[in-house]
Design a protein. Structure first.
Length: 345
């Protein structure tokens, strides 16, 4: 590149005191010759996040703070984008760490392929055994299935982009993040970008370090909220639903049926017709089959060591089953008001 357009990094922040400083450091240390600014949209955190942000801003004039009283991600993103000034907008996350070449490579790709949004891989990693197990589940295709930004795919056009490197003018053309969508707002924005005739691009060379939830309780809450909002997308947009979104609900129904059958079958063993007994016995095997597949997937994951591999196996049902329950709820009732209770009180 002979020209280096200025970059505005935008980050919504809520309850991230343990991760914010490292995330900000990785952004400001980018090996990129252009001008940089970082806008943090501060939600009503109940930890020391906002105090950390104020200290960081006082130490570096490139860090700009804006208030996000409701704490919602799309509102925070829009506030940050509107408060920013430079021609390239890069969405960043307090749970992420950018490799030093991320900005340079991403902007090169943006212009090389004439895209309006570029994203890369979510390179999940962990600090604790549970977090490392969850990270391994994120990397596994058994964990999330299709999205390229989890398990990888060849470079090329994409339905959506993880985080996102944008030309600023695209927001003026197609609008900002939809503030009604508390989650999955990135997918909906990418839909509008593609409908406007522009390209959303996946570049696997853009690997962003990401720290997932560090407990199964918070992972379950996150998965439940994600499934509910994904169902809201499916309700609103025909393009928002694919076959793979039906797999977890079918799995949940199968596992639930199997658990019920395990209770009912012994009670009806003497009185039930032969056909019903066969059905109940077959149904009883479903939870065991799923558990076995999860165990094999965990043992074959990229986790290091037996303990982390077993924790990865435990992470799969904490991802799949709550997501499925949320998706069913969202399809019938919508997602309005659904929050990730692992992050907010």
């Amino acid at each position: 590149m002979t020209e280096f357009p200025g970059v505005s990094y935008v980050m919504p922040v809520l309850n991230e005191s343990a991760y914010l400083k490292e995330a900000v450091t990785s952004i400001l240390a980018q090996e990129y010759a252009g001008e940089k600014e970082l806008v943090l949209a501060l939600g009503p955190s109940h930890d020391s996040t906002n105090e950390v942000a104020k200290q960081l801003s006082a130490a570096d004039s490139r860090i700009i703070l804006v208030d996000n009283p409701l704490g919602r991600t799309p509102i925070g993103l829009n506030l940050a984008i509107r408060a920013s000034t430079l021609p390239i907008v890069i969405r960043v996350d307090a749970h992420s760490e950018l490799p030093s070449h991320y900005t340079q490579r991403g902007i090169e790709t943006l212009f090389r392929v004439h895209a309006h949004d570029v994203g890369g891989l979510m390179d999940a990693k962990g600090r604790t055994p549970i977090q490392r197990g969850i990270a391994a589940a994120y990397h596994s295709k058994f964990g999330f299935g299709g999205p390229a930004y989890h398990s990888g795919a060849p470079e090329g056009p994409s339905e959506s982009a993880y985080l996102g490197i944008f030309r600023r003018e695209v927001f003026e053309e197609v609008g900002y993040y939809n503030e009604e969508l508390w989650r999955a707002q990135d997918w909906e924005l990418c839909l509008r970008i593609r409908q406007a005739g522009h390209t959303v691009w996946f570049d696997p060379e853009l690997k962003v370090g990401y720290y997932p939830r560090d407990s199964f309780k918070s992972l379950i809450s996150q998965s439940m909220a994600s499934g509910t909002w994904r169902a809201e997308i499916a309700r609103r947009f025909p393009e928002g639903k694919t076959f793979r979104h039906d797999v977890p609900p079918v799995l949940l129904m199968g596992v639930t049926t199997g658990l019920v059958a395990a209770v009912v079958e012994p009670l009806t063993r003497e009185s039930a017709p032969t056909g019903l007994r066969v059905v109940l016995n077959v149904a009883k095997t479903i939870p065991a089959i799923y558990a076995s597949i999860a165990l094999v997937a965990g043992l074959s994951s990229n986790a290091k060591g037996l303990k982390d591999k077993l924790l990865a196996a435990c992470a799969f049902p904490a991802i799949h089953l709550p997501w499925a329950a949320g998706y069913i709820k969202g399809r019938f009732c919508g997602a309005a008001g659904t929050v990730d209770k692992g992050r907010v009180k």
